[in-house]
Ligand binder design. Structure first.
Ligand code: F6P
Length: 343
């Protein structure tokens, strides 16, 4: 069998571990070969591909962040318009199965290809952990570890200066990173996109801390967090070609409000792409490897239109429809649990 793989969307620690899992399993278990399309869907459209060998180079990529294949985002309309090209390129290269590795947008593209007769097995990735019907996506644990380490460091400098520290983490539509990093880092307040925040409540929580003799406060803000309607004026970002609103720094806007209300010294740290770079954690290396191995096996079983997923302890196959039908948001109950530690 000849398998093709590609990585698409934002990069994510663990992508290379998936590629390694696919190549080694395809080669060692089935005597199959694997090619990689470069720079995401664009590479498939332009037939930019490299042969991937089961050798020491593939072995070494386990530890490497980013993706050896490169990645990118392609507007769904451009992708759909190129379906004939995609099919022709796959046929010319003698590809029997395609494994796209990506987040919600990529998996929607994969589902669309599957609906159009392309043999596809998806692998879910995103530091945001928002792909539906899987317990965790690889990259999330690394992002949470990076954010937690940053929060740990901010505790001491915040305390030394009697400051409120705001830490803005990634999470456009969902607050998984904020929720977990906030809990792990002992944040005194966390705001997530799923639960619109009340700035007066956040300021009160900080004020109470200082009244009780505490010297500082840490607030974790997901970049996509929004205030309750009518409670705070926020600057709106522009909408990009993918329909995503560009961020205007919610962390800093909250910082300005708190400073105004309490007169307290406030500083903001935006972690940004640091959360996505570098080597994956052990958890992500294991999860990504298991996803890669399972995806390669699924191709040989002819289980197409499917996607690998983590359910409890097990890697299982789900239908692509079930992976992309909705975003996996933080349940309000989980936020309530985190709230017990606020203040
Ligand atoms: O989806 C992953 C993610 O890292 C989001 O958390 C973030 O909002 C977005 O990608 C950033 O995208 P870019 O790398 O294009 O700035």
């Amino acid at each position: 069998m000849r398998i093709a793989t590609l990585t698409s969307g934002g990069d994510c620690p663990g992508l290379n571990a998936v590629i390694r899992g696919i190549v080694r399993t395809a080669s060692a278990e089935f005597g199959s070969t694997v090619v990689g399309y470069q720079d995401g869907w664009q590479g498939l459209l332009e037939d930019k591909r490299v042969q991937l060998y089961d050798d020491e180079n593939i072995d070494r990529i386990l530890l490497r962040g980013g993706t050896i294949l490169g990645t990118g985002r392609l507007h769904p309309d451009k992708f759909r318009a190129g379906i004939d090209r995609v099919k022709a390129n796959l046929a010319d290269a003698g590809i029997d199965a395609l494994i796209p590795i990506g987040g919600e947008g990529t998996l929607k593209g994969a589902k669309w290809l599957a609906d159009n007769g392309v043999p596809v097995v998806g692998v879910p990735k995103t530091i945001d952990n928002d792909v539906n019907n899987t317990d965790y996506t690889f990259g999330f644990d690394t992002a949470v570890s990076v954010a937690t380490d940053a929060i740990d460091r901010l505790h001491t400098t915040a305390e030394s200066h009697n400051r409120v520290m705001i830490v803005e983490v990634m999470g456009r539509h969902v607050g998984w990173i904020a929720l977990h990093a906030g809990m792990a880092g002992g944040a005194h307040y966390t705001v997530i996109p799923e639960v619109p925040f009340d700035i007066a409540e956040i300021a009160k929580a900080m004020e109470r801390r200082f009244q009780l003799g505490e010297k500082y406060g840490i607030i974790v803000v997901a970049e996509g967090a929004t205030p309750k309607e009518g409670t705070m004026n926020v600057s709106e970002g522009e909408v990009d070609q993918f329909g995503h609103r560009t961020f205007t720094g919610m962390g800093q806007q909250i910082a300005d409000e708190i400073h105004q209300r309490l007169g307290q010294d406030v500083r903001t740290t935006v972690l940004g792409h640091i959360q996505r770079g570098g080597t994956p954690t052990a958890f992500d290396r294991v999860l990504a490897t298991r996803y890669g191995v399972r995806a390669a096996r699924a191709c040989h079983e002819g289980d197409f239109g499917s996607c690998v997923a983590l359910h409890g302890e097990n890697i299982e196959m789900i239908r692509l429809d079930d992976a992309v039908d909705t975003l996996k948001q933080v349940p309000v109950q989980r936020y309530h649990t985190a709230q017990a530690m606020f203040g």
